[in-house]
Design a protein around this ligand. Structure first.
Ligand code: ISL
Ligand code: CA
Length: 510
């Protein structure tokens, strides 16, 4: 995409973003009505979580028709209007592409139950299951009487996996992508894209997390599919792709988004989201800022350009998660904003993050709608966890935190900080094209430089995620360019949860 590096993306989870007709569910007209506000924030692209026709078992990540809009959100006319009006504001629309699986209500799956149908091989139908387990807990195979066998689903049973060994599948996907790109969308966020190719259905090594993963994690077949989609479809449009890639290390991620390989433009990796947990996300440990910073810095050094994010629709809110001291919630969200918008890569802001939204109050399992949480709760109970412990796990980790309606009246000075930082990215090329250099990480303090070359201006960013002031000497020639506390004078220490951008005094000009 032209000027991709300059873009800032805003993720919308349509169901809880803006409701235009008062039925309690966000919708496309609601988004249209908010475009002006989004333009004022300064973002360039909105990514919509799925708005396709869906039985809504996994909040739209189970699609029953890729070329229709779900009635709860409006009509295809509304969608066309959204794309057109967004363009008037200079905003592109990115769609969620969920192609590892369809809904079990998708026509292809229903037809595939007939063994003589051409759709039979679109899915993995077998007489016997293997030992693989699913991302949502429990076995990855379910028996279907009508289909006369077991089928594979790496997520819920309502989300059968597509089998890319059948060339018909990739042709269908190409047509769907063209359908949307011809409407003028700006690209795709590709759901769990690094697991779409399954090498074999052999039994997997038994694992507490995911049995079978070695047969489908970032396999060569996936790389082949991504190259083909780029060659035959994406390269013909001005668009970009960001892949959601699970369980990737820097090597795998680098292979998926290396500019010369022609696969994805960038990926969402998860390592920085795992620093407060063991065993994926289900067991939380204390958030450790230094660990967090080290992981982020490692990825900055390893990948030339990548997606930057602190929140999405699957994660608890960063304001509740990465700010241990609730007294400094507003300060902390500003410091996190500075980090998000001054690292190298494409920043993704999740709806409500720009006003410092925190986790929601949840009282019992009755408040939970997330299918993943319900499965994990049942599993935890089954293996003997007492109710209180199972509930504690769910309460801290459920995806519902991110999915409840945003309180737009929240905290306006956080919003001001976002606006300022977004403006700096537009005004200072060094924040976009500049190299990244780690300066130090210690005691909850993260310091790094962005610079174009040795002679031009250098921005030094210092982010503190600690409740106490922390001494730091940036060196003689550094003055405050911007502080999240709004101060201009530096006294040799960062205040609690402060973020500061220093600039070389000779070059600052302000
Ligand atoms: O959210 C997670 C942990 O709670 C991840 O394991 C998540 O399931 C994984 O990142 C895949 O997420 C994506 O695909 C899922 C869907 O439920 C998620 O909302 C989506 O982001 C299945 O389509
Ligand atoms: Ca509505």
């Amino acid at each position: 995409m032209t000027d991709l590096e300059r873009k800032i993306v805003y993720q919308i989870y349509p169901m809880s973003f803006a409701d235009s007709n008062g039925d309690g569910i966000g919708d496309l007209q609601g988004i249209i009505a908010e475009l002006e506000r989004l333009a004022r924030l300064g973002i360039d692209i909105i990514w919509l979580s799925p708005v396709y026709k869906s039985p809504w078992f996994d909040n739209g990540y189970d699609i029953s028709d890729y070329c229709q809009i779900d009635p709860r959100f409006g009509t295809m006319e509304d969608m066309d209007e959204l794309i057109a009006k967004a363009r008037e504001f200079g905003i592109g629309v990115v769609m969620d592409l969920v192609i590892n699986h369809t809904s079990d209500q998708h026509e292809w799956f229903i037809k595939s139950k007939d063994p003589s149908s051409k759709y039979r091989n679109y899915y993995f139908w077998r007489e016997q299951p293997n030992n693989w387990t699913s991302f949502f807990g429990g076995p990855a195979w379910s028996y279907d009487k009508e289909g006369g066998g077991y089928y594979l689903h790496l997520f819920a049973p309502q989300q059968p996996d597509l089998d890319y060994h059948d060339p018909g599948v990739i042709d269908e996907i190409k047509n769907i992508m063209k359908f949307w790109l011809d409407k003028g969308i700006a690209g795709f966020r590709c759901d769990v894209i690094n697991i779409i190719w399954k090498d074999s259905l052999d039994n997997g090594r038994r694992s507490l997390i995911l049995t079978g993963i070695e047969h489908y994690l970032s396999r060569e077949g996936t790389h082949g599919i991504l190259k083909e989609l780029r060659r035959d479809v994406l390269s013909k449009y001005d668009c970009f792709t960001v892949g959601e890639t699970v369980f990737v290390d820097t090597q795998m991620a680098g292979d998926l988004c290396a500019p010369d390989r022609g696969e994805l433009d960038m990926v969402f990796s998860f390592e920085h989201m795992e620093v407060d947990q063991i065993l994926v996300k289900w067991f939380k440990i204390r958030f450790r800022p230094n660990k967090f910073f080290h992981v982020i810095s490692k990825w900055q050094k390893a990948i030339g350009w990548n997606a930057l994010y602190l929140e999405n629709h699957d994660q608890p809110r960063s304001a509740s998660r990465f700010i241990r001291d609730a007294d400094f919630r507003s300060e902390g969200t500003k410091a996190l904003a500075m980090m998000l918008l001054t690292l190298r890569g494409t920043p993704f802001i999740y709806q409500g993050q720009e006003v410092g939204t925190g986790n929601r109050e949840l009282k019992s399992m009755q408040d939970i709608r997330d299918v993943e949480s319900h499965n994990i709760y049942a599993l935890a109970r089954k293996i003997g966890f007492p109710k209180w412990l199972a509930w504690r796990i769910i309460k801290r980790t459920t995806r519902d935190h991110a999915r409840s309606p945003v309180d737009w009246q929240n905290d306006t000075d956080v919003l001001e900080t976002y606006r300022d930082l977004i403006r700096f990215r537009k005004e200072l090329p060094v924040l976009i094209y500049g190299k990244y250099n780690e300066v130090l990480i210690r005691g909850g303090l993260f310091v790094y430089d962005r610079f174009l070359d040795e002679k031009s201006i250098r921005i030094r960013v210092a982010i503190s995620l600690g409740s106490k002031p922390v001494r730091y000497d940036p060196g003689m020639a550094m003055a405050i360019f911007y502080s999240t506390y709004g101060r201009k004078e530096y006294d040799g220490a960062l205040k609690p949860y402060e973020g500061i951008m220093f600039i070389d005094e000779q070059s600052s000009g302000r």
